[in-house]
Ligand binder design. Structure first.
Ligand code: NAD
Length: 363
């Protein structure tokens, strides 16, 4: 199969769909790989890295789309890219179609077979192609929160680990899933005093068994959330209710109860955010102040560490990409129901129920 990887064109996207290692694996499996010149630059991969891996380099996205039987990307195709898709071609990338009727319509009209990273599943009910980005965002959250806490950035001027004779920062993590667990581990590793809240008792049992000595955990209720938030220097929002907007767990009125200069890091901002005063920000201008409380609400946190994120995503997508290339999409999806769950659009039809329900399209 001919696998193509164009440069990402969505603003502020520095990741790339195919790492040189993934390209090399595909070549070793007997496939041809074409990469757009410069596609890996943002993630620290040069054209020479891809050539060493056995890939060919071309100058334009149009050439990639023209040659490829399967296009591998990171972000949903932008309007310009959607025009280049054709019938029978496979598109393997994040799509997030539910809030995006225009993209859905264009993909249906293209006749391509579109497999979305975010709906591929695993045996444990997880989302294996979303998890690496939650791991990255979770581990990044205390790092950006620590920066936000610095005085010059409007924060409380509290050091995460304290020093001998001065206690550490107190960090509250709301939601103990993938993001929250990774955030708590890193915050604890920086020396902070960390508590994780969750509503799921099985999850709290897991956290207690696995990280009992590393950070504390507690059951999340409205009362426990505000009580712990009042004591915190940093609150990390990491909740998710699948398929729903994030619940608002700290209201604007409650900001006055928090410590002046406390940092709120709302990782759940991509689901609307879990603090009433959260609004999405960008890497250029990541923080803002509401009533003396500093908010960090970047919706694409993994983009800040494009190299780590690209490699982490590539590790997760590679087995699926190889299965699609080796067997063709039909056989690969027949053999693996988890990959089949990724199928969102095929030959003019929408094939993913939740997207159809959200957009009022028959599936
Ligand atoms: P997850 O499903 O692994 O974990 C969510 C946890 O929240 C679950 O354990 C659940 O029990 C808990 N929860 C739900 N409601 C709660 C409540 N009211 N109080 C306390 N806990 C509650 O999800 P995840 O992968 O950790 O993702 C968390 C959020 O981070 C999602 O909204 C995801 O989209 C977002 N995210 C954002 C970025 C970014 O760049 N901003 C990157 C990756 C993920």
């Amino acid at each position: 199969m001919h696998i193509g990887c164009p440069t990402e064109i969505k603003p502020q996207e520095f990741r790339v769909g195919l790492t040189p290692n993934a390209a090399q694996e595909a070549v070793n499996h007997g496939h041809t790989v074409t990469v757009q010149s410069g596609a890996g630059n943002g993630a620290g991969f040069t054209d020479a890295d891809y050539i060493d891996a056995g890939a060919a380099i071309v100058g334009t996205a149009a050439e990639v789309f023209e040659k490829a039987d399967m296009v591998v990307k990171v972000k949903e195709p932008q309007p310009k890219e959607r025009k280049m898709l054709r019938e029978g071609q496979i598109l393997f990338t994040y799509l997030h179609l539910a809030p995006d009727p225009e993209q859905t319509k264009d993909l249906m009209e293209s006749g391509a077979t579109c497999i979305a990273y975010e709906t591929v599943t695993d045996d444990r009910g997880g989302l294996p192609l979303l998890a690496p980005m939650s791991e990255v965002a979770g581990r990044l959250a205390p790092q950006v929160g620590a920066w936000t806490l610095q005085k010059a950035n409007g924060g409380r001027g509290v050091l995460m680990g304290g020093v001998p004779g001065v206690g550490p920062a107190r960090v509250l993590v709301i939601g103990g899933g993938v993001v929250g667990t990774h955030a708590a581990r890193i915050a604890a590793g920086m020396g902070a005093d960390v508590t994780v809240l969750d509503r799921s008792l099985p999850r709290l049992r897991y956290l207690d068994d696995t990280f009992g000595g590393v950070f504390k955990n507690s059951y999340a209720s409205a009362g426990s959330t505000i009580e712990l938030a009042r004591q915190a220097d940093m609150v990390i929002g990491a909740v998710l209710i699948p398929g729903a907007a994030a619940p608002k767990l700290i209201s604007r009125a409650q900001l006055s109860e928090l410590k002046p200069g406390a940092a709120l890091v709302d990782v759940a901002i991509d689901q609307g955010g879990c603090f009433e005063t959260s609004k999405a920000t960008t890497h250029e201008n990541p923080i803002y102040d509401v009533d003396g409380i500093m908010h960090y609400c970047v919706a694409n946190m993994p983009g800040a560490v494009a190299r780590t994120s690209t490699i982490a995503l590539g590790n997760a997508t590679m087995p699926f990409m190889l299965a699609l290339a080796d067997k063709g999409w039909r056989q690969a999806c027949e053999d693996d129901p988890h990959l089949l769950n990724g199928l969102n659009v095929h030959a003019g039809n929408l094939t993913y129920y939740a997207v159809g329900k959200a957009l009022g399209i028959d599936v």
